[in-house]
Design a binder for this molecule. Sequence first.
Ligand code: NAP
Length: 348
Amino acid sequence: MEKRRLGKSDLYLSTIGMGCWQYGGGNYWGDQSQNDVDQIVHEALDYGVNYFDTAEIYNDGKSEESLGAALKGRRSKAIVGTKVTPANAFPDDLRQSCEESLKRLQTDYIDLYMVHWPVNALSIQHFTEDKDKINHPPDIRETFSTLKVLQSEGKIRHVGISNHGVEQMEELRELGADITANELPYNLFSRAIEYELTSYCRQHDMGVIGYMPLQQGLLSGKYVVEDMKPKQARSRHFHYSRGAQSRHGEEGVEREIKEALSTIRDLSVDHGVNLIPLSLAWVLSNPDITTTIVGCRNKEQLHQNLEGASGQIPQELLEKLNKATERIKEKLGSSPDYYESRQHSRIQ
Ligand SMILES: NC(=O)c1ccc[n+]([C@@H]2O[C@H](COP(=O)([O-])OP(=O)(O)OC[C@H]3O[C@@H](n4cnc5c(N)ncnc54)[C@H](OP(=O)(O)O)[C@@H]3O)[C@@H](O)[C@H]2O)c1
């Protein structure tokens, strides 16, 4: 399995990484057996996958617990990334969150500790009902100096961010924060980061971890647009009436997605490459992406997804895929916050 260096760090991540949001089961993804998680994690490690991505918020800590249990005895073979929610970015909360994540993960160090969303009132309100925290968000200077202390104590090896835009990264740079990576959405239907984010990260030696490479199953081929479940249909790709707790109020690009999906399926048949490996290989054809993290529910899905690791897309096919999805890219615009309207983007 190819490994790519994450920013200027000493971490070399497998190009296919494991998204662990599903682990532990829960409201968003439904039940998930630990037996399947154990098989995925062990087979992935055997194959050369080394990056595992979780967060304290995923299934209320159960994702971290499940990953920690699966990695027992093989922790040293894995690079573990987890995330603190912005509502827990006050210094004392942050320390507590980090220590609780370490316990759940059954480890004494986190390789990459990320701030899940920018530390601002708009994003904090999704993670807490505490009005005091929402009205008086943490001071990012304090957040990032606390992360530095946790790093000096060996609890975390590298500091990362997720869902941060150029302005927010610039602010952190001015504070002197040493950021290894930014984790952002990236797939054929979610190309906002191509506008300016990837080039900023490249210029500043930050790795980009691409998340949601199959658009939560839509690019796996097993769903058509109409089948996407309400929780997975609350992004700006879908009409606002489709999603459970949809907040963006936009019309979506369902027609464009249907057309593009049909073209991509035809291209996949013509070139003899299945849709999943094609979608993952498309993400990895972008040299600015260090790893693409894909959520797998069982070893069958894992095997299909690993096929995407070896695929190199010929230039001509790449151009056709880009053309097929260009209209979606244009219509959804440059905000990678696919859950909020452009006017209320948390990512600046
Ligand atoms: N930083 C952030 O804010 C953020 C946000 C979102 C995600 N992430 C990370 O990125 C990871 C990946 O994103 P994601 O899990 O949301 O979306 P994804 O990887 O695009 O899609 C995962 C879903 O696709 C389906 N799938 C995967 N492989 C398949 C296969 N071979 N055949 C058929 N269906 C397949 C499964 O759906 P079913 O469950 O229906 O089988 C699976 O749950 C997450 O696990 C998480 O670690 C980070």
